[in-house]
Design a protein around this ligand. Structure first.
Ligand code: RET
Length: 228
C-alpha cells in the first residue's frame, strides 16, 4: 500500500512539473523565474517520490523504516517555496537579502535537525524535534510579520495571491511536525502507511496546490514590480 501512495505522489509531482513547465511557456513578461522555481520544486519532489516508490531512499532505524529521501527533497524544495513567497512579497528583493537569507537559514536548520531527529533511535529525538519545530515557528513568524508587511506595498492583486499562499504555507507547514510526532518517527500513534498518506496529501498541497495558485494568477504576477 505504501508503494501505491508513493507512486501516486510521483505521478502527482510529475503532472505538476509538466503543467508548470507548460504554463511557463506563456509566462507574463518578467515573471518566468516564478515558473522556473516552482517547476524545479515539483521536479525534485517527483524524483524523491520515484526513488521511494521504487524501494529506495529508506533505511532501518532500529526496527522502523525511515524514509530519508523526504528530507533530501525538503532541503531543496522548502527554501525554493520560501523564495517564491519572498519574491512575491518584496518589491525590491535585492534590498532584503538579509531577510531572505535569514528565513532560508532557519528553514535549512529546521529540515536538518528534523532529519537528525528522524535518524535517531532514542528519546533524544524528541529534543531534536522540539529544536526543529522552534526554528519552524521562528521562520513562519518572519513570514507572517516581515513578508506580510512588505506585501502591503504591492498591488491589490499581488497582495491577494500572497496572502492566500502565505496562509496556506503557515497552515500546511504546521501540520508536518504533528504528522511526524504521530507517525513512526514519533509516538507511532499511526502506522507507516497512514503516515505516508498524510505526508502525500501535505506534499501535494504545499507544492502542487501552491504552484497552481501562484502560476495560474497571471494577472497578479504581471503586476509585480521587481526593481532589484
Ligand atoms: C519535520 C520534523 C521535525 C519538526 C519539524 C518538521 C517540519 C517539516 C516541514 C516540512 C515541510 C515540507 C514541505 C514540503 C513541500 O512540499 C522535519 C517534519 C518542524 C515544515 C512544505
Amino acid at each position: 500500500m505504501d508503494t501505491v501512495f508513493l507512486s501516486i505522489g510521483a505521478l502527482g509531482m510529475l503532472v505538476g512539473a509538466v503543467s508548470f513547465a507548460y504554463l511557463g511557456t506563456q509566462a507574463p513578461q518578467g515573471t518566468r523565474h516564478f515558473y522556473a522555481i516552482t517547476f524545479v520544486i515539483a521536479l525534485i519532489a517527483f524524483l524523491s517520490y520515484l526513488v521511494m516508490a521504487t524501494g529506495g531512499g529508506a533505511t532501518l532505524v532500529g526496527d522502523r523504516v525511515f524514509y530519508y529521501a523526504r528530507y533530501v527533497d525538503w532541503v531543496f524544495t522548502t527554501p525554493l517555496l520560501l523564495l517564491d513567497l519572498a519574491l512575491l512579497a518584496l518589491a525590491r528583493p535585492g534590498r532584503n537579502v538579509g531577510l531572505i537569507v535569514g528565513i532560508i537559514v532557519l528553514d535549512l536548520f529546521m529540515i536538518l535537525t528534523g532529519l537528525w531527529a528522524g535518524a535517531t533511535e532514542g528519546a533524544g529525538r524528541y529534543f531534536l524535534w522540539f529544536i526543529s519545530t522552534a526554528a519552524m515557528v521562528a521562520l513562519l513568524y518572519l513570514v507572517v510579520t516581515r513578508l506580510f508587511a512588505a506585501a502591503r506595498t504591492q498591488s491589490p492583486g499581488v497582495q491577494q495571491v500572497f496572502r492566500t499562499l502565505a496562509i496556506l504555507t503557515v497552515v500546511l507547514w504546521s501540520l508536518y511536525p504533528i504528522v511526524w510526532l504521530l507517525g513512526t518517527e514519533g509516538f507511532g500513534t499511526v502506522g507507516i502507511t497512514t503516515e505516508v498518506a498524510l505526508f502525500l496529501v501535505l506534499d501535494l498541497s504545499a507544492k502542487i496546490g501552491f504552484g497552481f495558485l501562484l502560476l495560474t494568477n497571471r494577472q497578479a504576477l504581471g503586476e509585480i514590480s521587481s526593481g532589484g
